[in-house]
Ligand binder design. Sequence first.
Ligand code: NAP
Length: 275
Amino acid sequence: MTPLNGKVAIVTGTSAPQGIGRAIALRLAAEGASLVVADIGGSVALHDQVYDRAVLQAQLVADIEQAGGRARAMQVDVTQQSDIERCVADTIGKFGGLDILVNNAGSLAGSDEFLSTTPEQWEASFRVNLLGPMMFCQAVIPPMRERGGGRIINIGSTGSLGAEAGFGAYTTMKHGMVGLSKTLAAEFGADGILCNTVCPGYIMTDMHAAANKRLAAQWGVSIEQAQQRRYAGVALRNAGRPQDVAAAVAYLAGPNADYVTGINLPVTGGVPCGI
Ligand code: NAP
């Protein structure tokens, strides 16, 4: 039997074709969970091409179903409480309950050098990286409590544990994610709800590629040189794969983590987070 057989999971931020959310959804489905994959909708420009996120989401559902899993795609902007409430109600209506939430949607938008960051950019980063996860947790906890427990896995970052210059808003919100997880672990442990943070390091996704591109321009070097400079601080000397993060999420969602709550699990290849 697969470890998540009979479990129902929501994963946010799943449309990016190279993204961590997609890898998490595929992994949880492969372990037996029924999935709701939630992303913001509309179109997105990636690699000089414009994609309809609904098409990307449909492809993910098809990939899960082809592998024998169950999934449903929903258009959910995590900054909108009404979208979140509709998503949770539809999930329970369709699959009969809810056991796992993965708050994966996130954005580097508005994270820049500190002195050039506007209050509007700071607030936008707060809404997607911290307020959205908080609202999602508030929506899932009552039904999880009624069901006798659940798992919440928040996707933080090395920016939850330390800081790299030039990412002030993102780093601040990702630090907040750890506070959110620990609060929920403390407040809802007695209800059987476990809450942990997975902190990815440099993971080769479009978000990471965009950060490398921005730093290369800022430092006046090539993208390869910027990558080398960043990865020099990684013990394993390279970037990780979305699947590496998905494996950590599957562990925290599954029976091997029955007695694990309130932790930060770094998936970084060994990054010193000294600052
Ligand atoms: P990604 O490729 O940009 O994927 C993030 C997904 O979230 C995208 O599909 C994005 O849609 C979606 N999203 C953004 N705003 C949303 C909203 N308001 N509502 C719903 N969905 C929304 O990023 P990733 O690299 O896979 O990152 C996934 C998570 O890991 C994020 O929380 C990120 O902070 C974290 N992380 C990543 C790295 C890394 O190196 N890649 C390192 C540390 C932490 P769009 O198409 O609009 O972007």
